[in-house]
Design a protein around this ligand. Structure first.
Ligand code: IMP
Length: 417
């Protein structure tokens, strides 16, 4: 299938990196279309473990080129540090293209995120992504392509500094030094700064295989997620049009990625959160600490009300269920199939965050399994109750589970045919 979208079905951290890396084995292009360095996509392969924030995970596959499209907020420092860490693992340098339309994240964006209290209020990743998008929407931001004109950049940085000093009493950067740093960055990257819309559209027109790599998850979508406790971009499949400027064919492959349980970092309602021993167990076994921030993730049980909503929004054609191994050894596994809200049973995900905060999960206990499933490589090798767990998800969502993560390594994956 030439077009594959990989989309987080929960609140991010669904192990999309592993799934994209696998799906990009035969792809020509891997395209990031939303978010920025707030994302943390982990790949664990023969060369080691690497955490990517801006470089598409698919671009680590030989023969697959990476595209950072205009929907992504680009922090030049993070991008170059990331390339250094890729090279320091002895990996080949990925071939990357960067949109000239992409908004830049500059040092003051992180400062503004702190000073405006967004980091505290929402529990953001403190990467300056929100303020960079804010400037973009206000039509005051600098874009990657602007760096071709250093005089204009310097003038803009001086204006920005004045405005920040007036507004906050500090600016967090020196315009001359920053302008020099950005001009040097542009000089190193200019061959790779292109019209990524045209590049991806051309690839699709030629029938080349393209993987679109979503960052964060459906429930963190700026508009369709649990607003205001969301990120600042379009994290659903619809973000591809927004962030790349191409239209998918009538029948793309849309792979929703969901963890076998649920986690969330940052603030906001989370009906199936287990603040007790169950959540503690999931955190310890699943090593649930933020890739970008190191924060402990909030942990809880699988929420099928939320997943059905993600299915409705994205129309997944298949589902990848990751970290199933983390559930091994539990006698019973609670799975939320509905909420109780004001004394009523509801099966639809509430659109208002106040309702979601008041929702109480209604669980169905499913039988667990004791076997270590990490060595399993086929559907048949999974214990019967593990298969029942997956079939239950399939039945509730009406979509086939085709990929099953049974451990962090790239080979710890079951492809169900
Ligand atoms: P921001 O994207 O840094 O503005 O953070 C907004 C919200 O999205 C916070 O709750 C973050 O924890 C969450 N968030 C942002 N990126 C990710 C991610 O890649 N995984 C999980 N949560 C994320």
């Amino acid at each position: 299938m030439p077009e594959t979208a990989v989309i987080g079905a929960q609140w991010g951290d669904e192990a999309k990196g592993k799934i994209v890396h696998f799906l990009a084995r035969e792809a020509d292009l891997a395209v990031r279309f939303n978010g920025g360095p707030n994302a943390g996509h982990t790949v664990q392969d023969a060369r080691g473990t690497i955490q990517l924030h801006l470089v598409p995970a698919g671009a680590l596959q030989p023969g697959c080129q990476g595209v950072i499209a205009h929907g992504v907020a680009v922090d030049p420092r993070v991008l170059e540090q990331e390339l250094d860490s890729i090279l320091s693992q002895g990996r080949p340098c990925p071939v990357l293209y960067l949109s000239h339309r992409a908004p830049l994240i500059l040092p003051h964006h992180r400062l503004v995120e702190e000073l405006e209290g967004t980091a505290e209020r929402i529990g953001t990743t403190r990467r300056g992504v929100g303020p960079a998008y804010q400037e973009r929407v206000a039509r005051r931001g600098l874009r990657v392509g602007d760096l071709a004109q250093p005089e204009a950049v310097l003038e803009r940085l001086r204006e920005l500094r004045l405005a920040l000093e007036k507004g906050y009493g500090r600016a967090g950067f020196d315009p001359e030094a920053l302008c020099q740093e950005l001009s040097d960055f542009y000089r190193r990257w200019q061959e790779r700064i292109v019209d990524t819309r045209a590049l991806v559209a051309g690839a699709l027109a030629q029938g080349r295989s393209v993987v679109f790599e979503g960052a964060q998850g459906t429930l963190l979508d700026l508009d369709l997620g649990t607003y205001p406790y969301v990120t600042s971009s379009t994290t659903t499949v619809h973000g591809i049009g927004w962030g790349v400027g191409v239209r998918l064919s009538g029948s793309p492959r849309v792979v929703g990625v969901a963890k076998a349980y649920t986690t969330r970092v940052g603030e906001g309602p989370f009906p199936t959160e287990d603040p007790g021993a169950g959540g503690e167990l999931l955190r310890a076994r699943g090593r649930e600490y933020g890739t970008t921030t190191g924060r402990p993730r909030r942990c809880g049980w699988l929420d099928l009300v939320a997943l059905r909503y993600a299915q409705e929004v994205n129309q997944f054609t298949e589902l990848a269920v990751t970290k199933l191994d983390v559930l091994s050894g539990l006698e019973e596994i609670p799975v939320c199939t509905a909420y109780e809200l004001s004394g009523r049973r509801v099966e639809d995900f509430p659109g208002r965050v106040s309702e979601l905060a008041a929702a109480r999960p209604l669980y169905e206990p499913l039988p667990g399994w004791n076997e270590d499933i990490r060595p399993a490589r086929t559907w048949e090798e999974l214990p019967e109750n593990a298969r029942r767990y997956l079939l239950f998800i399939e039945e509730q969502l009406g979509v086939p589970v085709t990929l099953i993560g049974v451990g962090p390594g790239e080979e710890e994956l079951i492809v169900r045919r």
